[in-house]
Design a protein. Structure first.
Lengths: 375, 344
């Protein structure tokens, strides 16, 4: 078995990048945990020219899931009639709770709650069908790619004993927020391939059109990421700004029309809170009025206004919000590798496989960097 | 749907129904023991000139049947392989069976037949067994436990402590097949794949080389995959392992599923592979031998034991470095949680 042809093509792209006449630092942000994972696992940072800085941005849906939703999930899970199902990553996300109460869904399960990890909405439906006497709550956090199957599930119709705690978010509004801020912190963007597969590459046109930044949509193999990187670097050198689709085999113009239709029919786009960051305009999915009956909080009489009081609370010292925004690198957080490790995570970025801290840790970075940046 | 007969609690009560279950399912496939004289334990004809090696393992897998195998064949191969990587010829197995009430009888029959075939092929006899039935909701359909007994020549002296700097790391075939096969069979990912589990005996790969001078250590990468075995070796011998990503065999189909779901193939379970640490002088010989066998057709040299300058430190242990296909470098960590599909 020889190295796949894609490795050979990746090596050729790397050589092309090394041949570029780069004279100053170029900061390239990605906004997908999958991208960051591929970059770290391929060891790309070490083999790129030193002028290129790759920045992990808001690409982890688990990391930005607001604390009030986690509180609500923990609360629901402690009710004897409820089975709470959620994606595995959510189980270990810690919340800043009063002493004596479970600080994560994992702790909630240990305290007797019926909490079960699922891999897909279909599994949530299956559990609800198999156990009609249980009230099943599906805590669905995710970006567009994960929310689309949830929309499909709603459109198909769900068992009456299944309700949703929906924490779906849109990726591009976070990038807009960064670009509209005083210092965006990056010179070019690698746009997420999976999101573009669903929503269409056009969604990212604003990066080039409104902000004159080079942008490329990339997939998850080193080859596709390097093609995207080469594109944005060349655009920068030529003084151009466009959105290049480097994931052409998968990302089609207009995205996936069926998925978009289902999202549009079942969910509304609303202003939504991001953990540690605050509310970002039109960045969240909420149930459309026709499906309001599926809302777990209403069904189980949880007061939204009480939850809202928790908004913005982060564990003391946790710098996940700035990591998510790409303001600091994971190993610049004071807690990285010291108080906060995958075994005893303090912030969500160290929990999720999509979280930048967890990814950096998994790739072997164990020590905090010297130049810790203060908030 | 026609309701097929299912296992009932009464079949585990030790009475007539239990005997019937044993006769019609287990003994039907395993055959009546020739020397059965009504005793509650089996006497084993072991050679006094050889060392006797024993191992035990429990098996639970969902689904019970998957492309390339089932819990029955897995329960044979898992235990046989633990003996084989110690250089012992697998001879006897005992079998503990925990059946959940409600398991379709047809399915139990298929699994026991598959177990019998795997045992026959691996050359082991099932010499003792036990059957229990658990109330519905108290078991994942079927749990199996096998204890394996084998023998090896006293000349076999493998161990992590024998590994030296400069030794070569080999793997007997592509990694991750079993993990992906089970995952695709379990989850409705809407990915159709042609990946079959590699579940099989590794005895033909191990036994002929076990007493070679220079074969330091053999291990079958099961749960936690190649990365976990590499980590165990690094920890156990106190030296770093340096693996070359470009040289680690991974099937294209496995690679594609990993790309889509965000898994790392090096952490996925194998059930019919061996990782070897061997002296550099015999690496080529072992590799050529493996490649000549059907079980080792995809064998490859994947790395070396490094850090010649560093003193061996078993307290701290070594680490596992992966030289990526593009020339970067990263650490392969021990597995923290179960791998989960990504959600972005």
């Amino acid at each position: 078995m020889t190295a796949p042809a894609s490795t050979e093509r990746a090596r050729a792209l790397l050589a092309k990048i090394h041949a570029l006449p780069l004279t100053r630092e170029v900061r390239v942000m990605n906004v997908c945990g999958g991208h960051e994972r591929s970059i770290s696992m391929a060891g790309l940072r070490a083999v790129l020219p030193s002028q290129i800085t790759l920045i992990p941005g808001p690409g982890c849906p688990v990391c930005v899931c607001p604390e009030e939703d986690i509180f609500a999930a923990i609360d629901l899970s402690q009710r004897p009639e409820i089975t709470l199902v959620t994606f595995g990553d959510m189980l270990r996300v810690p919340a800043n709770v009063p002493k004596g109460t479970p600080r994560s869904l994992e702790a909630a399960r240990a305290a007797g709650g019926d909490v079960r990890p699922v891999a897909s909405p279909a599994e949530a439906v299956r559990i609800a069908r198999q156990e009609p006497d249980r009230e099943v709550v599906f805590f669905a956090a995710g970006f567009e790619t994960t929310t689309a199957p949830v929309a499909a599930m709603i459109a198909e119709g769900v068992p009456t004993n299944l309700t949703l705690l929906l924490s779906g978010r849109l990726t591009w509004p976070a990038v807009t927020m960064l670009l509209n801020s005083e210092a965006a912190g990056f010179d070019a963007l690698i746009a997420p391939g999976h999101v573009a597969t669903i929503m269409g590459p056009e969604e990212w046109d604003f990066v080039a059109r409104d902000h004159a930044l080079p942008c490329a949509i990339a997939g998850f193999e080193a080859e596709s990421l390097l093609a995207g990187l080469l594109s944005v670097l060349e655009q920068g050198l030529e003084g151009e700004a466009r959105v290049d689709n480097c994931y052409g085999g998968v990302v089609r113009p207009e995205g996936n029309p069926t998925a978009r239709r289902l999202l549009g029919e079942t969910l509304n786009v609303v202003d939504a809170p991001w953990r540690g960051i605050g509310t970002i305009q039109r960045s969240g999915f909420a149930l459309a009025p026709a499906h309001a009956g599926l809302d777990a909080l209403s069904r189980h009489s949880i007061d939204r206004s009480q939850l809202r009081k928790r908004a913005g609370e982060m564990p003391p010292g946790c710098d996940c919000a700035r990591v998510v925004l790409g303001r600091i690198a994971p190993d610049q957080c004071r807690l990285y590798g010291a108080a906060c490790t995958p075994r005893s995570p303090i912030g969500p970025c160290m929990v999720s496989d999509e979280g930048a801290c967890r990814i950096w840790w998994s790739s072997g970075i164990r020590e905090r960097r010297g130049d810790v940046v203060d908030a | 749907m026609i309701d097929t007969p299912r296992i009932t609690l009464a079949q585990g009560n030790g009475g007539r129904l239990t005997k019937e279950l044993i006769d019609t399912v287990f003994l039907r496939h395993f055959g009546q023991p020739e020397d059965h004289d009504g005793l509650d334990a089996a006497a084993l004809p072991l050679s006094p000139d050889l060392e006797t090696v024993v191992t035990t393992d429990g098996f639970s897998v969902e689904p019970l049947e998957f492309p390339g195998g089932d819990i029955g064949s897995l329960a044979v191969h898992g235990t046989v392989n633990d003996l084989a990587v110690c250089g012992a010829t697998p001879l006897f197995l005992t079998l503990g069976v925990m059946i959940e009430e409600g398991l379709p009888l047809d399915q139990l029959n298929r699994i026991v037949e598959s177990l019998a075939i795997a045992a026959h092929r691996a050359g082991v006899r099932i010499v003792a067994g036990d059957t229990k039935v658990l109330p519905i909701g108290h078991g994942g359909g079927l749990y199996l436990t096998t204890t394996g007994i084998g023998q090896r020549p006293p000349s076999v002296r493998m161990g992590m402590g024998q590994i030296e700097s400069g030794d070569v790391i080999l793997v007997s075939g592509p990694v991750g097949d079993h993990g992906i096969s089970v995952m695709l069979a379990r989850e409705a990912f809407e990915l159709s794949g042609s990946v079959r589990s590699d579940s099989g005996s590794v005895a033909p790969l191990c036994l002929p080389i076990a007493d070679f001078d220079g074969v330091r250590f053999l291990r079958d990468p099961t749960r936690g995959g190649l990365a976990t075995v590499a980590h165990e070796i690094a920890q156990g011998c106190g030296l770093d392992l340096i693996l070359s990503e470009a040289d680690i065999p991974v099937r294209d189909a496995v690679r594609s599923v990993c790309e889509i779901l965000g898994y790392d193939p090096y952490y996925l379970a194998c059930e019919g592979r061996v990782v070897a640490a061997v002296a550099p002088q015999i690496a080529e010989q072992v590799l050529t031998f493996w490649q000549s066998l059907p079980e080792g057709a995809g064998a490859a040299r994947i790395g070396i034991v490094g850090d010649a300058g560093k003193a061996r430190d078993r307290q701290v242990g070594g680490k596992v470095c992966l030289i990526t296909a593009l020339g970067g470098q990263r650490v392969l960590d021990p597995l923290e949680d179960d791998p989960l599909p990504r959600i972005c």
